[in-house]
Design a protein around this ligand. Structure first.
Ligand SMILES: C[S@@+](CC[C@H](N)C(=O)[O-])C[C@H]1O[C@@H](n2cnc3c(N)ncnc32)[C@H](O)[C@@H]1O
Length: 230
């Protein structure tokens, strides 16, 4: 399910980066102040019911998985997809007590899932070369009436808070997988562009869109119900 990329490809570099730093990433993913309420709002926005099937794309160490499992209940199914084996090892421990959660090592841009009621992707869209195509394929996966929710980081556009953007830029540079740090385009600009592309696609494919910003404007949640194609 995961095509084995050339060892130096961006995908291989990202897999080895997240595998190597899985434990540290897990602490950041769960303990950063404010992140828990962002995760709760994102899970609420999926409007899951008992028995639903929800897929988390790029699930990482599984910070969202227990709350998704509780929302869909024992008759529902949660599928966590990630291509980095190290983060999946941490996630496996986290969901050991949830028989309704399956973890799959696969490429979230071609998920091996035929059908779902909802898709969640938190802090992942910025890693796709063509986020618009990926988000559109997720809309096709859940189909009309299905739910999509994205959570992503980008520079803030909120008035005086923009003075904090250089700090954000430095953090992104330090935490980005190697090679993305030395690209001609800065990783922060790339993140901004990819967030806009992913979230615009969600807007264009969904109705009843719920959009909020958090963490001084650096974190954006966008969720909606996939509309019928015109
Ligand atoms: C910043 S982490 C976010 C993890 C998790 N969603 C969270 O909220 O903590 C990005 C994750 O996306 C995964 N990822 C990136 N591109 C992927 C792809 N094409 N297929 C599967 N996983 C991917 C990485 O392995 C990593 O675990």
């Amino acid at each position: 399910m995961v095509r084995h990329p050339a060892p130096s490809s961006p995908s291989a570099v990202a897999q080895s980066f997240y595998t190597r730093w899985a434990t540290l990433y897990d602490a950041i993913a769960r303990r950063t102040p404010g992140v828990e309420s962002v995760r709760t709002e994102a899970a609420d926005a999926l409007q899951l019911g008992a028995g639903d099937t929800v897929v988390e794309m790029g699930c990482g160490t599984g910070a969202n998985l227990p709350s998704l499992a509780e929302r869909v209940g024992p008759d529902g199914t949660v599928v966590g997809i990630d291509f980095s084996p190290g983060v999946l090892d941490v996630a496996r421990t986290r969901v050991a007590d949830y028989p309704n959660v399956s973890l799959v090592r696969a490429d979230a841009t071609r998920p091996p899932v035929a059908d779902a009621d909802a898709v969640l992707a938190t802090f992942v869209s910025g890693m796709f070369t063509d986020p618009a195509a990926v988000v559109s394929s997720w809309a096709d996966l859940v189909g009309p009436g299905g739910r999509l929710c994205l959570v992503d980081l980008a520079r803030t556009t909120q008035s005086w808070r923009r003075v904090l953007n250089p700090v954000f830029r430095a953090l992104v540079r330090v935490t980005a997988p190697p090679r993305t740090r030395t690209m001609r385009e800065s990783p922060t600009e790339m993140l901004d562009e990819r967030l806009v592309s992913a979230h615009r696609t969600l807007e264009s494919r969904c109705r009843d869109v719920h959009a909020t910003t958090h963490a001084l404007g650096f974190a954006r949640i966008r969720a909606g119900t996939v509309a019928e194609r015109e």
